[in-house]
Design a protein around this ligand. Structure first.
Ligand SMILES: [Zn+2]
Length: 309
């Protein structure tokens, strides 16, 4: 049976067969998973989704899963909580929080992306898996790696506080401290993935890893009665969550008739002292001021910190 997903370069559009690779050989831009949308239209429906257990696997047609894939455990399916008091305080009528702090197994959003990455790792026959990390991702990889019987090795900056990877140690993963910052760790991991044929979830398995983020958007839409929110504020780490939500999740929901409205506006937020995505202070100010709704400007402004709105 022909596969309905493949890899494609985000910039030049070159297509690649499914393989553990994250960049285009022609232009070095990132690869992302793309789908045969016509085939999806034949197989996916809101009714079929609604009959399944409420976790991320209920959207399996929209995920890059191998044929015959069986999930090892439920992941996702987290609550969407309406915040009345904070909404009143900020002047936002309908403010919700998607609470992935109760996502199993490691109580983090990262459980979703690790789940799709490890499905790909199994498909490609990797025995050793791992990641570069500064905490949450290592814990999620260690938890699912242990459960699925992978040899697991995580790479972290040497000066990372021990508390951040306590769970990783409990799950029995090997922890390798690298003398350098997170960029150095990532660079080393790229070389390790190539040399030893290891499946590193946010390196050579990154296109499949990123797809797990979409389930966050699918759940939000479904919990709102298959309506897309007008605005979404995404706390940013490396950029994956917001980018994938924007490019794939909401767009695909709308294309498939699962969402009732057009694409939501996506805003990203980071702590002011650690904001490589938005760049310098002036860029952040412009980004905040470009928000179309004054209430959202205030909310996003608060996320960026005082003085930026
Ligand atoms: Zn390219």
């Amino acid at each position: 049976m022909k596969e309905i997903y493949f890899l494609r370069c985000r910039e030049c559009g070159k297509k690649y067969p499914n393989q553990p690779q994250s960049y285009c050989e022609e232009c070095f831009a990132p690869l992302e998973v793309s789908y045969d949308y016509e085939a999806l239209r034949q197989t996916a429906s809101r009714e079929a989704v609604s009959r399944r257990a409420f976790n991320m696997w209920r959207y399996s047609e929209f995920l890059p899963l191998p044929q015959g894939f069986t999930p090892s455990q439920p992941i996702g399916g987290t609550p969407l909580v309406k915040s009345r008091k904070l909404g009143e305080h900020l002047g936002v009528k309908n403010l919700y929080f998607k609470n992935d702090a109760v996502c199993f197994p490691s109580l983090s959003f990262k459980d979703r992306v690790v789940a799709t990455a490890l499905a790909a790792a199994r498909r490609f026959g990797f025995e050793t898996i791992g990641c570069s990390s500064t905490g949450n991702l290592a814990n999620a990889v260690a938890a699912q790696g242990a459960q699925q019987g992978f040899d697991t090795c995580v790479f972290i900056p040497a000066d990372l506080e021990p508390a951040k990877i306590l769970n990783t140690a409990v799950y029995g993963a090997r922890i390798v401290r690298i003398n350098g910052n997170y960029d150095h760790v990532n660079r080393l991991c790229t070389q390790i993935a190539d040399k030893f044929r290891w499946g590193l979830v946010n390196v050579n398995l990154r296109p499949y890893y990123a797809e797990g983020s979409k389930t966050h958007g699918y759940e939000i839409a479904e919990q709102l009665g298959w309506e897309l929110p007008d605005n979404v504020v995404v706390p940013m780490a490396g950029g994956s969550a917001g980018e994938v939500l924007r490019r794939s999740g909401h767009r695909m929901l709308a294309d498939r008739g699962c969402g009732e409205t057009g694409a939501a506006a996506i805003y990203t937020a980071k702590a002011e002292h650690d904001c490589p995505v938005a760049g310098d202070r002036e860029s952040r100010r412009r980004a905040v001021c470009s928000a179309p709704d004054s209430r959202i400007r205030r909310l996003v402004g608060r996320c960026f910190g005082p003085g930026d709105h």
